[in-house]
Design a protein around this ligand. Structure first.
Ligand code: CUO
Length: 686
């Protein structure tokens, strides 16, 4: 008898093949009762299935019930940035949400499979699994295995197929596809030097997963959803800029002039699916143009983008937005509704058409920005070309232009942030608690951290059919050696004190190889960890492993992991799907340099009594990705603004002295700064 995990897991396998094709290496078969199994697929593998998933006829599943879900053509790209595609997703998710329990969802989804776009299908079943309480024990397999063609060039996949065509039919050894660290281009173009980072599977999977949890216009809101859109993307930009500094590249420039060509092109070399449709390529120096994709209902003028940006800037500088009734909506935190100024701004900027205070007026700057860029090579469909990768949630970080667009978005958020009053000394200081020393230790060595390459294997043959043969993807990625933070803290109070420990990392020197002032370094600080600790009176030695980071997700679950995971209903697994979101652990540290690069760690303790967020019904703790992804069925577990204390201008005076650099914050006893070195070994880490 199949368990919930098995019932739903195989809906993710071979998304482009007939639902009755054997899955699980031939051991699993969806059997659509009353339909004839297509013999070509059912008999090809020649293994008799051990798990049969019977799917009775469902008269309640008709094409009409799917609304606009069938409007996205099969085999083509699906983009959450396109309004008509979002509507299709909403319709399909609403339909799947009406099911009750894993068996019902499996039957309905199996009947819908093959009738809608493949990416849309996977998006919708993932969305529903994440939101249905009764499906909390079901985990999602990694996108790398569901859609391998989003992670490696088509050439590599075709080579594997050719190899299979030529090999002895009795061979059972898998074919191995090696990929990286040389990715989409040569070093003739400086931007290619950082392609190992942009094309990393983990950060692209993270981005897909994050947007699955926080989608716009899907008929729901979440605590601090807008603020998290700002913060998660701000941190991605900060980390990208840090990586660029490691490589001697200048920091990314915002795309604020849509009337000049975009210098850097991007050639993904990948296909959307087995349909053979290629992701669109953008030549160097492509001029963005008004978008006229009639088949998608997408019409945007460059002028619209300029007007929307200008209106958003007006709102930021005036301190209020104007709603559809013409009333002012102040851009400040509202205690009654729980909405913060940053949420209001973010929902108008992202934009969430349902949550924006005035969608027709403030427009759709960020989503449409993705669209204009994704179609800049064929804005009017004259060439019938597919969108570029920047239009897809699971591939957009591959393209350098993603970061230029999101730098523009972040620039608007920062414009708002600098209008906010700096934190007062009272908000920053925690009397009675002092950090005596803090740093990092790896093995026997203090303050030197190491990065290098590593590999991770995935089964490409779970997502694509290679004539029923196993094919393994061996992906090279940046990695780091685990380390521990050590923090010595004196609690001078007479009683125990619970504190939040906040840890950030930034390069010590900017692109001019000079120490940065507070404002320059402010937006480069990358959050590394945030946790609570109970300090006893007197001396405390706190240690924390880098693997416990509040931003990271430790593992990508493969089909194999999930097949071996048992019934999948233990309490730790309960919160997993949500927590499965997070920055990849292997990308926790920036690369550094072969000769070593100096970074600064910033530690700060704040009063947990003030940071605490009450969550009625108790909090579902999970170790993964909380800072970037929040928590399931719970409020974001930190009352302070995200990015605190670096999200605002510095306090002009601290303890009576001016603040010029971050080191001036470390004058407070509850903060501490420490230099460390990150060395890139350039070889495979053991
Ligand atoms: Cu995540 Cu633009 O929001 O890609």
């Amino acid at each position: 008898m199949a368990n919930d995990q098995q019932r739903l897991l195989y809906l993710f396998e071979l998304p482009q093949e007939d639902i009755q094709a054997p899955r699980g290496g031939g051991s699993v078969l969806f059997k659509l009762e009353s339909d004839e199994a297509p013999p070509s697929v059912a008999t090809r593998v020649g293994v008799s299935p051990s798990v049969n998933l019977p799917v009775p006829e469902r008269k309640d599943v008709t094409l009409q019930d799917l609304g606009t879900a069938t409007s996205v053509p099969k085999g083509s790209a699906f983009s959450f940035f396109i309004a008509s595609h979002r509507k299709a997703a909403r319709d399909l998710c609403d339909f799947f949400m009406k099911t009750s329990g894993a068996e019902d969802l499996m039957q309905v989804a199996a009947r819908v499979h093959g009738k809608v776009n493949e990416t849309l299908f996977v998006y919708a079943i993932s969305f529903v699994i994440l939101r249905k309480k009764e499906l909390r024990s079901v985990r999602l397999p990694t996108m790398v295995e569901v859609f391998p063609s989003r992670f490696v060039p088509q050439e590599a996949l075709s080579k594997a197929q050719l190899q299979i065509n030529r090999m002895d039919p009795n061979q059972t050894e898998p074919v191995i596809i090696e990929h990286g660290p040389e990715f989409s281009g040569t070093h003739l173009k400086p931007e290619h030097r950082i392609s190992y980072w942009r094309e990393d599977y983990g950060i692209n999977v993270h981005h897909w997963h994050w947007h699955l949890i926080y989608p716009p216009a899907m008929g729901f809101d979440r605590d601090r959803k807008g603020e998290l859109f700002y913060y998660m993307h701000q941190q991605v930009i900060a980390r990208y800029d840090i990586e660029r500094l490691c490589l001697g590249l200048p920091r990314v420039e915002k795309l604020d002039n849509w009337r000049i060509p975009i210098e850097d092109g991007y050639f993904p070399k990948m296909t959307v699916s087995i349909s053979g449709r290629n992701w669109g390529s953008r030549q160097d120096n492509t001029l963005p143009k008004d978008l006229r994709r009639r088949e998608l209902g997408e019409f945007v003028d460059i002028t619209d983008m300029e007007i929307w940006r200008s209106r958003l800037l007006d709102a930021i500088h005036q301190g209020f937005m104007i709603d559809r009734n013409g009333d002012k909506v102040p851009l400040r935190d509202d205690v009654t509704s729980g909405k913060r100024g940053i949420d209001i701004l973010s929902e108008a900027l992202e934009a969430d058409a349902e949550l924006s205070v005035n969608f027709p007026y403030y427009g759709d700057l960020h989503n449409r920005g993705h669209d204009i860029l994704a179609f800049s090579h064929d804005p009017d469909n004259a060439h019938k070309e597919e969108m570029g990768v920047v239009g897809d949630l699971g591939t957009s970080l591959r393209d350098p232009v993603f970061f230029r667009l999101h730098k523009l978005v972040d620039d608007l958020f920062q414009e708002y942030k600098v209008t906010q009053p700096p934190y007062t000394e009272e908000e920053l200081f925690l009397p009675g608690v002092r950090i005596e020393w803090a740093g990092v230790v790896r093995g026997n060595e203090a303050d030197v951290l190491l990065t290098g390459w590593n590999t991770r294997e995935f089964e490409a043959s779970r997502g694509l059919d290679f004539s029923g043969k196993p094919v393994i993807l061996r992906l090279t990625h940046l990695d780091n050696k685990p380390f521990d933070y050590h923090i010595q803290i004196n609690n001078d109070l007479r009683e125990p004190k619970e504190v939040t420990v906040r840890i950030y990392l930034a390069p010590k020197f900017g692109d001019r190889e000079k120490e940065m002032d507070f404002m320059e370094q402010r937006i480069l600080w990358a959050e590394m960890d945030k946790f609570t600790v109970l300090l006893k009176p007197g001396k405390n030695h706190v240690t924390r492993s880098s693997k416990e980071s509040s931003i990271t997700n430790l593992e990508e679950l493969t089909f194999k992991d999930l097949e071996n995971s048992g019934p999948g209903n233990t309490s730790e697994q309960d919160a997993f799907n949500f927590c499965g979101c997070g920055w990849p652990q292997h990308m926790l540290l920036p690369r550094g340099r072969p000769e070593g690069m100096v970074f600064q760690l910033f530690f700060m303790l704040t009063d947990y009594a003030q940071d605490k967020v009450s969550n009625p019904g108790g909090v579902r703790r999970c170790a993964n990705g909380v800072s970037f992804c929040g928590m399931q069925d719970a409020k974001y577990p930190d009352a302070r603004p995200m990015g605190f204390p670096f999200d605002r201008r510095p306090a002009p005076l601290l303890q009576g002295l001016p603040v010029n650099t971050t080191a001036d914050y470390a004058r407070l006893g509850n903060a501490f700064m420490h230099d460390i070195t990150i060395k890139f070994l350039g070889e495979k880490l053991n």
